[in-house]
Design a protein around this ligand. Structure first.
Ligand code: TPP
Ligand code: MG
Length: 284
């Protein structure tokens, strides 16, 4: 999807707002999955601002596109996008992970309007996402199912069973995004369990697969989605090369191997939010 200048600017601003609302959530609870939430904010902006057929007034509309955040710990990025789109009040974001909240740290389909699948156990969201896509296909619904995986998550054996299954069943309206931020919980993915060339591996499994060099660039993401969708036979996978914790000051979180799940003081959150606001204002 080639974006117009206005669309690109609006999506960049939307991504900045999603990041700001992530920080508001972490600030309210004092801790959170900063790294893996912040790295997918640009993707969330593309999905919720441009790509997905959704209706905040009717979150379970049958024809809607489905979304499974298989790296369920990025719930805050999804919640920020949902709230900003009007699925619920932005104010509710401050209840993240509190007792009785509709916004648990990991996504839960029974609690949050707009969440299609409960996730958190890495690998499993891929299987349930494919199940959803298969069911939609059997019902003749002409939608897409979008699934978001982490790069560390690709170490789960289940992922490779899914790679076989989706291609074998011709699930051409599945689009998987790998948030390749280079880190997992306790170190660099290359050190914990190297993945090799993910794009080539999926291609060999029968997928249409593309690398997106700057996976934090909304224009690059939307362009790659459009290109991938030209293939009408195979499931699609985009490897988004992202920065874990992007949008936080570097000394606090961005790019640090310790940013997976970390304490967030009110001061650190406020500083990040102030910088994000400045960056947002500078987007032309
Ligand atoms: C089956 C399973 N094993 C372990 C965990 C604990 N865990 C939560 S996040 C995470 C690291 C995931 O890394 P990655 O997929 O790269 O996520 P990101 O970098 O996007 O945060 C781990 C090991 C889990 N949630 N599920
Ligand atoms: Mg990762």
């Amino acid at each position: 999807m080639m974006l117009t200048k206005d669309e690109a600017r609006n999506l960049k601003r939307f991504a900045a707002d999603i990041r700001i609302q992530c920080m508001e959530q972490f600030k309210a609870v004092g801790v959170g999955h900063v790294g893996g939430s912040m790295s997918v904010c640009d993707l969330m902006a593309c999905l919720y601002g441009k790509l997905m057929r959704i209706d905040p007034a009717e979150p379970r509309m049958e024809r809607r596109d489905r979304i499974v955040v298989s790296k369920g710990h990025a719930g805050p990025a999804m919640y920020a996008a949902l709230a900003l789109k009007g699925f619920f009040e932005v104010e509710e974001l401050k209840t993240l992970n509190r007792l009785g909240t509709r916004l648990p740290s990991h996504t839960d389909r029974r609690r949050t309007p707009g969440v299609d699948m409960t996730t958190g156990s890495l690998g499993q969201g891929f299987s349930s996402g494919l199940g959803i896509a298969y069911a939609c296909k059997l019902k003749g619904i002409d939608n897409y199912t979008y699934i978001i995986l982490g790069d560390g998550e690709l170490g789960e054996g289940q992922v490779w069973e899914c790679a076989l299954f989706a291609a074998a069943k011709g699930l051409s309206r599945v689009m998987v995004f790998v948030d390749a931020n280079g880190y997992q919980l306790d170190g660099a993915t290359d050190e914990v369990l190297p993945l090799g060339d993910v794009r080539r591996k999926f291609e060999e499994f029968g997928w249409e697969a593309l690398d997106v060099k700057d996976g934090n660039d909304v224009e690059a993401i939307c362009g790659a989605v459009e290109m991938a969708k030209q293939d009408t036979a195979r499931p699609k996978l985009l490897v988004l090369h992202t920065v874990k914790g992007l949008g936080c000051p570097a000394a606090f979180a961005a790019g640090l191997p310790t940013n997976h799940n970390m304490p967030v003081s009110a001061e650190a959150a406020d500083r990040a939010i102030a910088l994000l606001l400045q960056e947002k204002e500078a987007i032309l």
